[in-house]
Ligand binder design. Structure first.
Ligand code: C2O
Length: 581
């Protein structure tokens, strides 16, 4: 069956947001920026997405989807969109994991959970005390002992118990290597990465993992630690995970990245920077991604992914950036598929995975509360009503909605506050002399698709009306959109994206004005769609345009710099658009 052609950037082709915005008076603070009312989606329906009022859109979709398949929805995908529903566990199939060394060959991995027909709708439990997740490098010896005990007990459970460590690890494989299909759309994989499901799925996954551990040691207040890789003191693998005798240890990690080696938040290969330089570089990656790279909700969370959509519509900045860099950095290059952390099917087998994702989950909270402009989550009911299935601490199968997890306090936990050095960090100045960026190096290519076998530069026109109105405080953002990025799912790829580079010899790094972001892939399996990944990436450029004094220019020269996997990835088109949400 042909795959769906619902365009994930249909919204970008009508740049209605930047066009009509007027300049705001100096000192204007938009209301939208300061009122992020929590919205669980239950009472407050999003008007724009309820165009089928009077119907239950789910019924319409389920009917259409199962009768005719997704392709019939192309005519008006937005009118008929609906949330991605929790999968039918009885339809779970083996995940296919492509073998890196023998292209075209796949191994089947069984990662389906036990089936239960008794599904309970999640209700946030009552609790008396908020569980505080602490930085892994700051916890007490008593805590480490308790945590180890809990993991030991989880590993000792019968493998068939859905709460056992193996089954917990398989949860990631099943949702991330496409063992499930979308309900009513058997031709479409259910994939929680590369879309707006990334943060909520992983939040809930960790929530149940934590509750199970607490139950196993009979401590309802037990909280997971977080790997505080955004703070200089947390930039190595935390000690408790590298003790050979600990249940938190995993042998399948890169042996060259053990403490005291510092993490590289922008990893593609070892750079061997001095300690100080690595810390500076990491703080600049944090600033570039968390402060400058996530100015809108879509840039943070990733693109919309509704029922019937092809998987991988596009990841948010943090998901595609720091998140994948650290998976790669920890994974073991000696293993055939860079297990454990270097491949989605195996990542959950490394206890460090949960500490890494706890810090990513913390980033979601920080993004909403700690940045200069407070950000809001989507109010779209298709996001809020998307749902997943997890086994809880009592081994009951629970259906949880995204809307159930947008506030960690209702889930009973929070994060210890830690100094955020990256928030106001001053990165080294850009190598470009002021004003020079108006005369960049010329384009080297003018036809698409572009195979990225070497550095390429492309002219990209800007939309007329967006000039001079970008970068305002109401959240509008001009973006470079890389469309139809295609690559084999099993390839490791990274390339950087810069604008108006004036000198090829001087390396441009995160924190420099010309640098606007990167694209990263780590190997992961699939079920349908052959072995190609087709995805999209939007990178904000308002800051860069301002810093380089390019606000009035009619075009920019976009440079793509391959850093890993030269010749393995192609880009279908590059456009400039504007997004507000
Ligand atoms: Cu589901 Cu870090 O990935």
């Amino acid at each position: 069956m042909a795959s769906t052609v619902i365009s994930p950037f249909a919204l970008f082709s009508l740049p209605k947001t930047c066009q009509f915005r007027k300049k705001k008076p100096l000192g204007f603070v938009s209301k939208r920026a300061v009122s992020c009312k929590a919205n669980s989606g239950k009472e407050n329906k999003d008007e724009s997405s309820s165009s089928l009022s009077g119907f239950d859109r789910r019924d319409v979709l389920l009917g259409l989807g199962s009768l005719y398949g997704a392709t019939n929805l192309v005519a008006d995908p937005f009118a008929l969109a609906a949330p991605i529903f929790a999968p039918d566990l009885s339809q779970c199939g083996d995940a296919n994991v492509p073998l890196r060394k023998s292209p075209g060959t796949n191994v089947s991995v069984h990662c389906c959970p036990p089936v239960s027909t008794n599904i309970i709708d999640f209700k946030p439990p009552r609790f008396t005390k908020t569980r505080t997740r602490k930085p892994a490098h700051l916890v007490s010896p008593d805590y480490v002992e308790k945590f180890q005990e809990a993991i030991t007990r989880m590993k000792a459970l019968d493998e068939k118990d859905p709460r056992s460590f193996t089954q917990q690890a398989k949860v990631h494989c099943a949702y991330c290597n496409s063992a499930y299909e979308q309900m009513g759309f058997p031709s479409q994989d259910l994939q929680v990465h590369n879309s707006w499901l990334f943060f909520p799925f992983h939040r809930l996954y960790l929530y149940f993992f934590e509750r199970i551990l607490g139950k196993l040691i009979d401590d309802p207040h037990f909280a997971l630690p977080f790997w505080n890789w955004d703070h200089p003191d947390g930039m190595t693998i935390p000690d408790m995970y590298v003790d050979l005798d600990s249940p938190l240890y995993d042998a399948k990690r890169n042996p060259d990245h053990q403490p005291p080696v510092l993490v590289d938040l922008d990893y593609s290969s070892d750079k061997n920077l001095s300690r100080d330089d690595q810390i500076k570089a990491n703080l600049c990656v944090m600033k570039s991604q968390m402060v400058q790279g996530t100015t809108t909700t879509t840039l943070f969370h990733g693109k919309e992914y509704r029922m019937g959509y092809s998987p991988d519509p596009g990841a948010g900045t943090i998901e595609n950036g720091i998140h994948l860099s650290l998976h790669k950095w920890v994974g073991d290059p000696r293993q055939p598929l860079k297990e454990d952390m270097g491949n989605f099917y195996s990542a959950g087998y490394d206890p460090l995975f949960y500490a890494h994702h706890a810090n990513l989950d913390r980033m979601w909270n920080l993004w909403k509360t700690e940045l200069k402009v407070p950000h809001c989550d989507f109010k779209d009911t298709d996001w809020l009503d998307s749902s997943f299935l997890f086994y809880d601490e009592n081994a009951n199968l629970v259906r949880v909605r995204v809307g159930d997890c947008i506030d960690t306090k209702t889930l009973g936990y929070d994060y210890q506050q830690v100094e955020l050095q990256w928030l106001d960090y001053e990165c080294d100045p850009t190598p470009t002399t002021t004003g020079k960026a108006k005369n960049p190096l010329p384009a080297t290519r003018n036809a698409f698709p572009i195979l990225l076998d070497k550095l390429v530069r492309v002219d990209v026109p800007r939309m007329k009306k967006s000039r001079n109105v970008v970068g305002e405080e109401d959240g509008g953002e001009e973006v470079v959109i890389l469309q139809d990025i295609q690559l084999d799912r099993d390839s490791s790829v990274k390339f950087d994206v810069c604008i108006n580079v004036t000198d090829d010899k001087k390396p441009i790094a995160p924190g420099h004005s010309e640098f606007v972001g990167s694209f990263t892939n780590i190997p992961h399996g699939h079920h349908h769609h052959g072995s190609k990944l087709n995805t999209h990436l939007s990178l904000p450029i308002s800051n860069a345009l301002k810093a380089l004094q390019l606000e009035d220019e009619a075009k920019v020269v976009v440079t793509l710099v391959p850093r890993e996997g030269e010749g393995l990835v192609s880009v279908g088109n590059i456009k400039i658009g504007c997004i507000r949400d």
